[in-house]
Unconditional design. Structure first.
Length: 335
C-alpha cells in the first residue's frame, strides 16, 4: 500500500517554545514528521484549537485557533492571513461556487461569513451557543452548524445568508460527515449513537448505536463503499459501520485518549484517527468489510484535530507546545 507523510502545524503562544523541524522519510516507518510550522499567539491570548479545513482546489489550510482562523498555503507553509474578530471558533465550511466561507463560533452563537479571496468577514448568521462542527452539503447546497449544548443543528441557506431551520437532534452533536448525495451523518456523543439526516427534507432518517464504542466524537466516510469510520472516547475504540443500515462490521480497534478527528483517503484506502494524547492511529481498508491496523504515529500532546491533503496524502495536525514545568526545588514540587 502507499505510504504518506505527516505535517505537524504547531501553533504558538507566549508560553510556547516554537521551532521548525523537518524529518526525512523512512520507508520502513511509514508516516513520519515532515515539517513543523510555528505561528504566533491568537489575538487576545489563550490557545484553543479545533477543526482543520483543507481547501484542495485553492491549496489552502484553515486552522481554527480560538479568536482567529489562520489561513496557510498548503505547499509552502506560509501564512496567507488571519480571519480575526472571533470569540471561540470551531470549524470552517467553504462554499466554492460563491467564494464564501462560514466559521462556527460557539461563544458568539453565530456562523461568521468571510470572503475567501480577501479573508475579510462580510456578515453573520445566528446559530446557537456552542456552535461547533460545521459543513457544507453540496447536494442540498446548505450549511449545517451543529450546536453542542442546545443539542440542535442550524441549517443555513448560504446564498441568502438566512436560517432555513433549526433541527432538534436529541443529543449532543460532534463531528459530521456528508455522503454528497443528500445524507449527513453526525455523532451524538452523550447518546452513544450516530444519526442520519436527510439534508433536503431535514428529517432524521435513522439513529444507530455505535457500541461497542462509546462517546462517539470523530467520523469519516468512504463514500464509494458507503462505510463510516467512527471513533469514541469511552470506550476508546474505532468502529466500522454500514452507512445504509447502521450495522457495525467486524471487530473494533483500540485507539488513544481524547480522539477528535478521523479522515479517510480514498486513493490509499487509509483511515486515520488523531488523539489528544499525541498519537495518530492508522488503519487500512482492505475491503469494504475489513479494516487492519497499520501503525501508530507519535505526534505531540494536544494534536487531536487533523486534515488530509488529498494531493500529497499528507496528514496535518495542530497543537500548542508549552514550556516544560520548572525543576523541583528543595521542599517544593513542580506544579
Amino acid at each position: 500500500m502507499k505510504r504518506s507523510r505527516l505535517v505537524l502545524v504547531a501553533v504558538g503562544s507566549c508560553f510556547l517554545l516554537a521551532a521548525a523541524y523537518v524529518f526525512g522519510f523512512q520507508p520502513a516507518g511509514g508516516y513520519h514528521l515532515l515539517k513543523k510550522i510555528p505561528f504566533g499567539a491568537a489575538e487576545g491570548g489563550g490557545e484553543y484549537f479545533d477543526y482543520i479545513t483543507f481547501d484542495a482546489a485553492a491549496r489552502r489550510v484553515y486552522l481554527s485557533h480560538g479568536t482567529e482562523v489562520k489561513v496557510v498555503d498548503a505547499d509552502s507553509g506560509s501564512l496567507l492571513g488571519n480571519i480575526t474578530g472571533l470569540k471561540r471558533d470551531h470549524g470552517v465550511a467553504l462554499v466554492p461556487e460563491s467564494g464564501r466561507g462560514f466559521i462556527s463560533d460557539g461563544d458568539l452563537g453565530q456562523a461568521v461569513i468571510f470572503d475567501t479571496n480577501t479573508l475579510k468577514t462580510v456578515g453573520q448568521v445566528k446559530a446557537d451557543r456552542d456552535a461547533d462542527s460545521i459543513l457544507y452539503d453540496p447536494a442540498s447546497k446548505r450549511i449545517f452548524v451543529f450546536n453542542g449544548e442546545p443539542n440542535s443543528c442550524t441549517v443555513i441557506d448560504p446564498a441568502k445568508a438566512t436560517v432555513v431551520a433549526t433541527l432538534p437532534l436529541g443529543g449532543a452533536p460532534e463531528q459530521a460527515a456528508a455522503d454528497g448525495k443528500g445524507m449527513i451523518y453526525d455523532n451524538l456523543e452523550d447518546k452513544n449513537e450516530v444519526i442520519a439526516i436527510d439534508s433536503r427534507t431535514l428529517k432524521i432518517a435513522a439513529r444507530w448505536p455505535v457500541a461497542p464504542a462509546g462517546q462517539p466524537v470523530s467520523i469519516a466516510m468512504d463514500r464509494e463503499h458507503r462505510r463510516l469510520f467512527i471513533a469514541g472516547r469511552n470506550p476508546q475504540l474505532l468502529v466500522l459501520m454500514n452507512a445504509d443500515n447502521g450495522k457495525i462490521i467486524g471487530q473494533p480497534f483500540p485507539i488513544g485518549a481524547r480522539v477528535d478527528a478521523n479522515v479517510y483517503d480514498p486513493e490509499t484506502g487509509l483511515v486515520a484517527s488523531s488523539t489528544g494524547e499525541g498519537t495518530i492511529h492508522i488503519f487500512h481498508e482492505d475491503s469494504p468489510d475489513k479494516l487492519s491496523a497499520v501503525e501508530t504515529v507519535t505526534t505531540e500532546f494536544g494534536a487531536k484535530t487533523m486534515a488530509l491533503d488529498p494531493k500529497t496524502h499528507n496528514l496535518l495536525v495542530d497543537t500548542a507546545e508549552f514550556d516544560p514545568p520548572p525543576p523541583a526545588t528543595a521542599g517544593k514540587r513542580p506544579p
